[in-house]
Design a protein around this ligand. Structure first.
Ligand code: ADP
Ligand code: MG
Length: 724
């Protein structure tokens, strides 16, 4: 009955009474109204303290602890004026989620009353009882303390609940020895590293300002919405985030009518509500639209500094989920909730920028600026080639595996797309310095000779995992459910390593003599092209020919599954890079590898258990009832002497038997899942359990198309995807 009840409930849905009206509160007034932002700080802090705090925020300078008490007091007063009773250090553990532990402002005064307190030391450091968060062996129980440390560069904010509000303080989460236990700490470290190395390049090109180089991110978030009633009738969606069963619907995304249609009214209402909340939190959401799959949508903000963009993306995911509930729906962030139709990603638009330059991936107005731009692009070519395995590893998860390489998402083989024009320029520069140029018209990097560079990359290649899009790179392999911190830590460190290499080459070649710069740039680009151009690919990343060429001719790594990809986190060249720039210690990397493999294993074990349970308790009983109906009809017909074919009965019986056998097989495989080493277990689960689960599904999905509709208890794909 659960499915029928769900359908009835969906049919009777009444929208929540909302009172949002952007005519009453102007969006410009709403934006950031719950954020302890620059305007609030300026109003509420003494001038000297405001200035000191600003320095820390803008230049990444160390915080002066003596100002903490004053800042804490101002924050508390502001928060209480907005109805806050509690504060929390918000942190980002390796689960990928957002964690909080609340403490009240109130303290008893010893005379039967209470006073509101918030001291500087509580602002700067917290000690959540967070011993159950994954630490990969970095904390044993006797030293289980983890500390949260205020991240001054991401502003505090107020979260609202119908019954009150509380102050949220973004923090880093570290062990008592200072080892990173979270996603934020390494990102803050990597942001510093990219600044140092990129500045060296700018200096070589004559910029002595010392202006900070920041990395920026704009994360396009895709998601599915389904009615809550269907969700609760699907144990697989509830516990695994994706459907483990479900026959292909008669109509899928073939017609693209959803993509090009108007946003459904109920969904639009949800979007406006979510955006309203996000505006208050200062998240600059900008774009909303339908996505390719039915029931799939996208929301994209304007890009921001890496750290802020990352915190904002976490908030965005939380808000999408909670506001969906209010509208009777569930927001699915899983990368592949439904087989056979598109999955969800989170295209990470990545750039480096510097005051006075704009994006460093933006071709300039003159040849001198263009040479600098080419150097940053050359760094990208070198970085992606050297660390393509790492790039694959940082997007690896059990859920994203179902999406990558599924002919709708970027392949698991990493490559870089530069566009035809830019690729040609690099090739010509390469030839310009070669003794036997292979095509005419080779280029020399020089003030007179470098042509104007394309401001637009030309065609957009949608099949590339890492594409140049005019003034930034778009990393498309990131999963919809993942934190964008990991990919950015990798990108910043990889770019820093290559910029470091290039800067050293250029410094040695010029020794400060600007007249030698052109030749030095020419040489370094040629060298990079000679050694790394096999990573450049402008063709169809989905094609079988590319897979063959990439792996067999170009020797590019293909890590199809997380079981293979995650261990790349501790490959020798990766450890060398991260430790050289103090982004991770070897121990931190090892702990992460262990945690991510363990998460992968847990995800598959949960799914396997669900497959067995749903097959036995929902699919089998429904199919058996139908079998019984058919059998008794057969028997009845026989007694009255009317012929009745038994095809369907035999078909159902046959597939039930096969499904039963597949379930038994899967159970055996799970009983033998005894490998104690996480990496080996990941391989076992990946190559033994996943195929066995698919086999069960194959028979179950077949039965769904045969068994009487009223006996099928799981909501179907078409119900979940098309009923709004
Ligand atoms: P599309 O779907 O065509 O790629 P969207 O408008 O959906 O474009 O998303 C583009 C994203 O890229 C936005 O988040 C935008 O802010 C971001 N972006 C634009 N310019 C830059 C840049 N220089 N650096 C980083 N992100 C950028
Ligand atoms: Mg988009």
């Amino acid at each position: 009955k659960s499915r029928q009840n769900a359908i009835t409930a969906v049919t009777n849905y009444t929208p929540p009474s909302t009172t949002l009206n952007f005519a009453d509160i102007k969006p410009t007034d709403l934006f950031g109204c719950n954020v302890f932002n620059d305007k609030v700080m300026k109003e509420r802090l003494p001038k000297g303290i405001y200035k000191s705090l600003k320095k820390t925020i803008e230049h990444g300078e160390a915080i002066d602890p003596s100002i903490a008490d004053t800042v804490a007091y101002a924050m508390k007063e502001w928060a209480m004026s907005k109805g806050a009773t509690h504060y929390t250090h918000v942190f980002y553990p390796l689960t990928g989620s957002t964690a909080e532990k609340h403490d009240g402002f109130l303290s008893p005064d010893g005379k039967g009353s209470a006073i509101a307190e918030f001291e500087g030391k509580l602002l700067i450091q917290g000690e959540p009882d967070a011993s159950s968060f994954p630490n990969g062996g970095l904390r044993t129980t006797f030293e289980a303390r983890g500390y949260t440390a205020w991240d001054v560069t991401s502003p505090a904010y107020i979260l609202e609940n119908p019954n009150g509000t509380f102050l949220c303080i973004p923090t880093a989460f570290v062990s008592w020895k200072g080892e990173a236990l979270d996603k934020k700490t390494p990102l803050l470290r990597a942001n510093q590293v990219i600044n140092t190395q990129a500045q060296r390049i700018l200096k070589i090109f004559g910029d002595k300002s010392g202006n900070r180089v920041t990395s920026n991110a704009g994360a396009e978030q895709e998601y599915f919405l389904i009615d809550r009633n269907f969700y609760f009738a699907r144990p697989d969606l509830q516990l695994a985030g994706r459907t483990l069963f479900g026959a292909k619907p008669a109509k899928g995304q073939e017609l693209d009518d959803h993509y090009f249609g108007a946003i459904p009214r109920r969904v639009l209402s949800f979007m406006m509500d979510a955006e309203h909340e996000l505006y208050k939190l200062g998240v600059p959401v900008k774009t909303r639209h339908n996505e390719v799959a039915p029931g799939q949508f996208e929301i994209a903000p304007v890009y921001e500094h890496a750290n802020l963009a990352t915190d904002h993306n976490q908030m965005l995911m939380t808000i999408l989920k909670s506001i969906a509930k209010k509208h009777g729906m569930v927001c699915l962030l899983h990368e592949k909730p439904f087989a056979g139709i598109n999955g969800s990603g989170k295209h990470l638009n990545y750039s480096l920028s510097c005051e006075g330059h704009g994006s460093l991936f933006d071709p300039g107005e003159n040849p001198h600026k263009n040479a600098q731009f080419l150097i940053f692009c050359a760094a990208a070519i070198r970085a992606v080639h050297r660390h393509s395995k790492l790039l694959r590893a940082v997007v690896a998860s059990a859920s994203n595996d179902h999406r990558l390489g599924a002919n709708e998402a970027p392949p698991a083989i990493m490559s870089i797309f530069l566009g035809k024009h830019l690729t040609e320029i690099f090739q010509k520069i390469q030839e310009g310095n070669s003794p036997t140029p292979t095509s005419s018209g080779f280029l020399k990097v020089g003030v007179d000779t470098l042509p104007t560079l394309p401001r637009d990359a030309g065609d957009r290649n949608r099949t590339s995992p890492f594409a140049f899009t005019g003034n930034r790179f778009e990393f498309r392999a990131v999963g919809s459910n993942a934190s964008i911190a990991g990919p950015q830590v990798a990108l910043n460190s990889m770019f820093a390593e290559s910029l470091d290499f290039i800067a050293t080459e250029l410094e040695n070649a010029t020794k400060g003599d600007q007249s030698k710069l052109n030749a030095a740039v020419q040489k370094v680009i040629k060298d990079i092209m000679d050694n790394h151009s096999s990573i450049i690919f402008d063709g169809d990343g989905y094609s079988a020919e590319w897979h063959k060429e990439a792996t067999e001719v170009r020797g590019l790594p293909n890590l199809p599954t997380s079981a293979e990809a995650i261990p790349a986190i501790t490959a020798p060249e990766v450890i060398e890079m991260f430790t050289k720039y103090n982004v991770f210690t070897k121990e931190e990397l090892e702990s992460r590898e262990e945690i991510y493999l363990d998460q992968y294993n847990q995800a598959i074990m949960t799914e396997a258990a669900l497959v067995v349970k749903i097959a036995k308790t929902q699919i089998f009983p429904g199919a058996v009832r139908y079998q019984n109906e058919l059998a008794s009809t057969c028997a009845n017909m026989k007694t009255i002497g009317v012929p009745f074919t038994t095809d369907v009965l035999e078909d159902v019986t046959e597939n039930l038997r096969k499904m039963q056998a597949a379930v038994v097989n899967l159970q055996k495989i799970m009983e033998n899942n005894t490998e104690s080493e996480v990496g080996k277990q990941a391989h076992y689960l990946c190559y033994k359990a996943l195929p066995a689960m698919l086999e069960v599904r194959q028979y179950a999905d077949y039965l769904e198309d045969v068994v009487a509709d009223d006996l099928w208890s799981l909501p179907s794909y078409s119900e979940m995807l098309f009923i709004k």
